[in-house]
Write a protein of this length. Structure first.
Length: 241
């Protein structure tokens, strides 16, 4: 307790630590973060395509920069609340690592999917597009599936590595990785089952036809499982000197 002009003021350093956020707040954070992420992905894709004058590279660049920057902000804001997963693959990895109860993981995945769909609809509303759409943009074939496996493998690697060695840098690391993966993968790095499913409901630049969704999700889960297995060992406890 300190005193300012004769008035006792509590010392913040002596205050008890805040209790962990309630599950309800964590679920709202996951839903809201997922919604904002999809609004960024789909909205920037629509804007990029409209302004690029038919130049797909310019449209993709605009989509990329907005998504990477948005991820840094969203993870920074929502990370302390819920962990800022926004991604069923990430949630399942943390559940498998026993860092998240399976019941909570199931709730996370449900609200991530709901939030992602709402984010797509929000983007449609902002750009005066029909709210209900089904994508016709086919993304299929072994190369696309392999790309999604690589993209998700790299994303989980980035997350596990950053929280192991530089947890404060995780938002930036994830944003930078996704920015890069947009360009070095043939699929433009969805790396997220909720994002994949939601983007099938947008017949815009960022869309994916429903026929391609199963391949993407299976590949994403394989990539996530491989990364979690390998880097769970690689980033494990150091041996004593």
């Amino acid at each position: 307790m300190s005193s300012i002009r004769g008035v006792d003021v509590p010392d913040p350093s002596l205050e008890p630590p805040l209790e962990p956020f309630s599950l309800t707040r964590r679920l709202v954070a996951e839903a809201l973060g997922s919604a904002l992420l999809l609004a960024i992905v789909v909205g920037s894709g629509i804007m990029g395509e409209r302004l690029a004058g038919g130049n797909t590279a310019i449209a993709l660049l605009g989509n990329t920069l907005a998504t990477g920057a948005g991820l840094v902000v969203l993870i920074t804001i929502f990370g302390p609340l819920s962990g800022a997963h926004f991604n069923p693959a990430v949630t399942l990895v943390f559940a498998a690592r026993r860092e998240l109860p399976w019941a909570v993981a199931a709730a996370y995945i449900a609200v991530q999917g709901l939030g992602a769909v709402l984010g797509v609809w929000a983007a449609h509303l902002m750009f005066d597009e029909p709210i209900l759409q089904i994508s016709t943009k086919l993304r299929a074939g072994p190369a696309q599936g392999f790309s999604e496996g690589v993209a998700t493998f790299g994303l989980i690697t980035t997350i596990l590595g950053s929280i192991r060695f530089r947890p404060d840098a995780t938002p930036l690391m994830v944003g930078l990785y996704i920015t890069a993966a947009y360009w070095f993968t043939a699929s433009t790095s969805f790396a997220n089952p909720a994002v994949t499913l939601a983007r099938s409901l947008s017949n815009t630049f960022a869309g994916i036809a429903p026929a391609g969704v199963p391949l993407f999700i299976v590949s994403q889960m394989i990539g996530a499982a491989m990364a979690a297995t390998l880097f769970g060992w690689l980033f494990g406890k150091r041996c004593p000197p």
